[in-house]
Design a protein around this ligand. Structure first.
Ligand code: DMJ
Length: 951
């Protein structure tokens, strides 16, 4: 690419050309070499057929434009059902839609450069004269800054661009003296007050006569704007600056873009739909490529093409990478949350996103462009038009269709890129449908409901600005157009701006380089121009092979879900549609797909799973490519998950005898259920669920009722386990890893994810323990039957845990030096005191404690508080614990001051930390057991002595 164009590393075509010109030129060349090879899906179209369709487009344009001029002009738009002009204020308000109407003959201005493209030069000359004679840009009307920019400023600049081209040719427009440009400049100055915000983001509306904020302006109180509204100015504003030399326009548009870039969500690199123009906060944090954001992305890439400024390409590539990672779920494009980009924000798509395949062509990413375009075409074939919104199973969500041009736009660009006559057939269908369903005696009417074919009395100006341009260009050969279309770039409203602007008055771009890019990794950016190998593969059936699996994606009689689409694609033997986010290691079908893609799955000892790809083992080169893509997605997904999972771990603290809170196990939290960081801890006895995996209704609800259920990992989703134990009456759950030997000492902790559905119904806390930590609880159950635990965000102070409880003093008065040593018989015997079994104060959390106490049998520490002296005496050997022996005990009171915390005194016990390594816990526990056994022995000895009357 020429330096003049500003691109990097793209060869050296003719000077004065920006990157887009290379793409288009190559496309044309390819068309010549590939068309004769087509045999399948669509036969090549003869020149006659194409001309016939081109003429049909011309006739349709005449019908639309002629009726507007005859029945509506100088009004902004034609009302094709009542055959009159739409004059703002004279018709019932339609809300925001009316903000495009500024009493400035919108449709005429929006149609100017279409007239030239359609070779209607004489009509163009007349139209320009009418604009200069009739249009007033100083009306007391509040208009949308975005719409006025793309339709009116863009229309005037497109008209000017082609006027000077025609003048130079020497036949038409010889009288022209930049009058349209002067109007554009006047309008530009009228829009500038909108940028008077600290952020530099424009207000969404402005009064053409009074500007903003003045009482007469009736606008300027808005706080929010859409991202596309603030980010779709640079092409028109930069063109205005470069045509006129007045740099202020480009500066303002750049500042707004800089601010949006600055505000992107840094971990996902996505932007939201709506932003506060004063604070820069995201007001709507959902993100897609359709309504509200669409042309922001479009303008970043096209600003690079038009202005040759690398920073725009860097930004575009960064966003594109995020879009392909999170939003693109081929063939779907689904909105996600900017902070949690793995979560879909909705289950439907809007019609505006149909421009995206066209932008992907410009980017050079053809495959997903073909996929999405095909999906959209299937929807169109089902409903005749693209409904304003449709669900992921292709049902109508919003039934209107205001004759939007985005799909025709993408069809044109895909045809340019592939030369595949299939896209000509698609265009033919669009023409047929427009004539059949939208054509009315006085123009073309928007569809009120695509299902019923009912009409709305509107014909938006973009129908003339865009639809006819793209349809005409689709069927036109080079010689059918009186100028070289490849010398121009299309704005979002399809207005034409000459690429030579990249070398004119370019001082501004040099001024505005931000230092921020230095920190970015250059390898993220695709500096090359679109790869011709990808754009035009040697295999002429390439595009068809991508479309083929999607052919029945939208079934005419029975709506299908995304899953079905994927299964179907797979069955057809084409590209396996498995996405990293859908992959489940327990699904045999997925494992089969992995194998086909040359990906092997290795279970590591610590419970993790490793994926390795050997392209050579893949079933075909396409499978190998899929495998590579799958692996890339997996890497991205896991790094994203790691980021998301960096939440502090939780603690499972064993509080019953003989642990008394000394054992704290590091646990992973869940993304659902009670959040222990926000709520009090949950305390209860543990009970194993039956079935142990918790994947179906429990068969032992009486055992887990009011307790913390233990479950084994695997077989079903974590959320399903949680629901099953909750239904059985459990107050919490601990999922124990099924991979033997796994431990938080060696494996990274993770959060248990939900099941992709709403998990608000899960109210109980759920924690995850690796196998080694889990077996400490399981061993404790085997040893003591009743084990009480505390689930919390971090280990609780033992004084709080044991308040009102009686425990052996050696457990409390641990000493760094002697801690690992069991107390001697002397220590336990001496200083023995009366055991106080009655807790006078209610425990900290009375409900939890009372529950624990009432449900605990006499063998436990807590039960001891209510046990009778006779019970205590009954059989100390069978019921070990404070009630079973006369060891030294301490009655804990909340107010009682601890001189030394356990953390201070015992290096093996990590108080204040969430968990402990497993080995010290086990060692510690063994020590405790030894000590307890010695105490028991001591007690027995005492008893015997008492019996013998020695004491
Ligand atoms: C056009 O006005 C522009 O393309 C805009 O960017 C969004 N879409 C409308 C037509 O649908």
């Amino acid at each position: 690419m020429s330096e003049a164009g500003g691109g990097r590393g793209c060869g050296s075509p003719a000077p004065q050309r920006a990157p887009w010109s290379l793409v288009a030129t190559t496309a044309a060349l390819c068309l010549v070499t590939t068309t004769s090879m087509w045999t399948a899906e669509a036969a090549p179209m003869t020149r006659e057929e194409k001309q016939k369709l081109g003429n049909q487009v011309l006739e349709m344009f005449d019908h639309a434009y002629g009726n507007y001029m005859e029945h509506a002009y100088p009004a902004d738009e034609l009302m094709p059902l009542t055959c009159r002009g739409r004059i703002r204020g004279e018709e019932p308000s339609r809300g925001d839609v009316d903000d495009a109407l500024g009493k400035f003959s919108l449709t005429l201005i929006d149609s100017l450069d279409t007239l030239v493209v359609l070779n209607k030069t004489k009509e163009f000359e007349d139209a320009v004269k009418k604009v200069l004679r009739d249009v007033n840009l100083d009306n007391d009307v509040v208009v949308s800054v975005f719409e006025t920019n793309i339709r009116v400023l863009g229309g005037l600049l497109g008209g000017h661009s082609l006027a000077i081209m025609l003048k130079e040719k020497g036949e038409y427009m010889q009288w022209y003296n930049d009058e349209l440009l002067q109007m554009a400049k006047q309008l530009g100055y009228k829009l500038l007050p909108a940028f008077n915000t600290t952020s530099g983001l424009p207000y969404p509306r402005i009064n053409l006569k009074f500007g903003i904020r003045k009482p007469e302006a009736r606008t300027g109180t808005e706080t929010d704007t859409c991202t596309a509204c603030a980010g779709t100015l640079i092409l028109e504003f930069a063109a205005l600056s470069r045509f006129t030399g007045a740099t202020i326009f480009e500066e303002y548009a750049r500042k707004a873009l800089d601010f949006l870039w600055e505000k992107r969500q840094r971990s996902s690199n996505l932007v939201g739909v709506t932003i506060n123009i004063h604070t820069g906060d995201w007001v709507r944090k959902d993100s897609g490529v359709g309504a509200g954001i669409d042309s922001y992305y479009e303008y970043l890439l096209k600003a690079y093409v038009l202005l040759g400024d690398d920073s725009f390409l860097e930004r575009f590539n960064t966003h594109y990478d995020a879009i392909m990672r999170y939003i693109s779920q081929p063939p779907l494009l689904l909105d996600v949350h900017i902070h949690k980009p793995m979560l879909n924000a909705r289950t439907w798509m809007d019609a505006l996103l149909a421009f995206f395949p066209g932008l992907q062509v410009l980017k050079g990413d053809i495959r997903p462009a073909i996929e999405t375009h095909e999906m959209l075409y299937q929807v169109i074939k089902k409903h005749n038009f693209l409904p304003e919104a449709f669900t992921t199973d292709f049902r109508v969500h919003w039934a209107q269709h205001p004759l939007r041009p985005e799909f025709a736009e993408s069809t044109y660009f895909l045809y340019k890129a592939t030369g595949d006559p299939y896209y000509l057939e698609v265009g033919k269908t669009l023409i047929e449908n427009l004539n059949k369903y939208a054509r009315v005696p006085c123009g073309f009417a928007a569809m009120k409901d695509v299902r019923t074919g009912s009409h709305e009395d509107r014909m938006d100006s973009f129908f003339l600005a865009e639809m006819f341009k793209y349809l005409y260009l689709l069927f036109a050969d080079k010689e059918d157009i009186i100028f070289d279309i490849e010398d121009y770039i299309f704005t979002t409203e399809a207005h034409l701006l000459p690429l030579w602007l990249s070398t004119t008055n370019q001082s501004i771009s040099k001024k505005s380089t931000t230092s921020e890019y230095i920190e970015l990794d250059d390898s993220n950016f695709d500096w090359t121009c679109p790869n011709t190998q990808i754009l035009f593969p040697n295999d002429p059936l390439y595009a068809q092979s991508i479309r083929e699996p999607l052919k029945n994606v939208v079934d005419k009689s029975c709506p299908r879900g995304v899953i079905r689409v994927r299964e179907e694609s797979f069955r057809s033997g084409a590209r396996p549609p498995l996405r990293a986010r859908d992959f489940m290691a327990t699904n045999p079908e997925h494992l089969e797909i992995l194998k086909k893609m040359g990906v092997s799955l290795i279970h590591l000892k610590d419970g993790r799973v490793q994926l390795v790809q050997h392209a050579i083992q893949a079933a075909s080169s396409i499978d190998a490519e899929d495998g590579l893509r799958f692996m890339q997605e997996m890497i991205e997904l896991s790094s994203q998950q790691q980021k998301e999972q960096q939440l502090p771990p939780r603690a499972v603290q064993i509080v019953s005898h003989p642990f008394f809170g000394r054992v704290v196990l590091t646990a992973g939290p869940a993304q659902f259920g009670l959040d222990l960081s926000k709520h009090k801890e949950t305390r209860g006895f543990v009970a194993s669920s039956k079935p142990y995996n918790g994947c179906s209704e429990l068969t032992n609800p009486e055992a887990v009722m009011g307790k913390i259920a233990l479950l084994q990992r695997g077989q079903c989703m974590f959320a399903e386990k949680a629901r099953n134990i909750q239904n059985a009456g459990a107050i919490g759950g601990i999922v124990i890893d099924d991979n033997e030997g796994s431990s938080s000492d060696t494996a990274p902790l993770f959060q248990m994810a939900g099941d992709g559905k709403d998990t608000d119904d899960i109210k109980i806390p759920m924690l995850f323990l690796f196998s080694k930590e889990g077996s400490i609880i399981l061993d404790a159950i085997r040893e003591y039957e009743e084990v009480e635990v505390l689930l919390s965000d971090k280990a609780k102070d033992r004084a709080a845990i044991l308040k009102g409880k009686m425990i052996p003093s050696y457990i409390i008065n641990s000493n760094p030096e002697t801690d690992n040593e069991p107390p001697s018989a002397d220590q336990t015997a001496s200083g023995s005191q009366e055991v106080d079994l009655v807790d006078g104060e209610p425990p900290e959390d009375s409900s939890l404690n009372s529950h624990s106490e009432s449900s605990s049998p006499a063998t436990t520490d807590n039960a001891a508080a209510s046990a009778s002296p006779s019970q205590q005496d009954s059989d100390p050997t069978e019921n070990p614990g404070p009630t079973g022996f006369d060891g030294e005990c301490t009655y804990f009171d909340e107010d009682e001051e601890q001189s030394e915390t356990e953390e201070d005194s015992n290096p093996n016990v990590s108080w204040g930390k969430e968990g402990q390594p497993v080995h010290p816990i086990v060692a510690d526990w063994n020590e405790d057991m030894k000590a307890i056994k010695m105490l028991k022995k001591e007690m027995m000895k005492k008893k015997m002595m008492m019996k013998k009357g020695e004491l």
